[in-house]
Design a protein around this ligand. Sequence first.
Ligand code: HEM
Length: 323
Amino acid sequence: MASLRLILALVAVAVASLSASGRGGNTGLSPGFYDLSCPQANGIIMSVLEKAIANDSRAAASLLRLHFHDCFVQGCDASVLLDGGASEKNSGPNKNSLRGFQVIDEMKAKLEHVCPHTVSCADILALAARDSVILSGGPHWEVALGRRDSRTANLTKANSDIPAPNSTVQALVAKFKRQGLHEQDLVALSGGHTIGVARCATFKQRLYNKADVTLERSYYNGLKTVCPKVGGDSNVSPLDFSSPRRFDNTYFKLLLEGRGLLTSDEVLLTGNVRKTVDLVKSYAENEALFFHHFAKSMVKMGRISPLLGAHGEIRNNCRKINS
Ligand code: HEM
């Protein structure tokens, strides 16, 4: 009996150390990870963020998106922040599009000053995304911490794994499934488009290639003035034009009115997948349900393949690996 207990104990230790030492496990992350080593972490991140949003009201949206684009490419490991030729910043979905890098730099610099070599860039991204949602009026969730930073980036994966704005709903579902996320996560997380803007280049094909009948007429005509047939690719339009800085469920209400900006927004309602259609309607009716599901899905997304234990590193500078 005693030897059986000993074997079970050894197996438990082996499983725990395995899951805490590589990618993919969830067990190594915990909300209190910096409680002793850097209790100021969240306060520092929040104060830099408040200042950034006061200077640029779009900063909250940009930081929320940054965490998403980090997690979808080889996991939440801050690979998106690395500079250099093979940087994910040079991929199709990210180039001339991702923003917020200087805000992360400022957070990191302040954290290095107060608790050197302690808080990972990947955790900064996760906390900044959560705090951006809170400061925009959205839900709160507890962020499990302890992610480490990668020593590599993956430009090819950034091109292939981040969903495109002209995707079908089937393609969106497939890309989310690859990350362990399901239809409910897809619809709830797409609700992140309740804040921020998109460039004309990302929705032009809806206006001119062949008239998109799903777009409500006056909205369609308004978009054409922002996004001319030739040129104007960097002009922007809000993803939720009625409350672009407020995190609420208006995005879903607008989808029901044919006023969703991207094809990838629109197809959640018109793409013939029963589950996504039902969820769009439910979230449009019930903001509390949307908030609840959004928070749950952000926690899930934040747990995609973290680097744990001895894997990866705590970068000194989020833009480059430690030498
Ligand atoms: C479902 C698949 C998704 C697609 C196809 C998609 C696509 C896009 C595109 C094309 C833009 C505009 C980029 C530009 O014009 O430069 C954008 C912006 C944005 N996306 Fe998504 N997105 C998706 C999911 C998400 C998710 C899961 C989140 C976060 C939870 C998110 C948050 C945002 C935010 C906040 C912005 C505005 C950023 C800013 O104003 O700087 N998106 N998205």
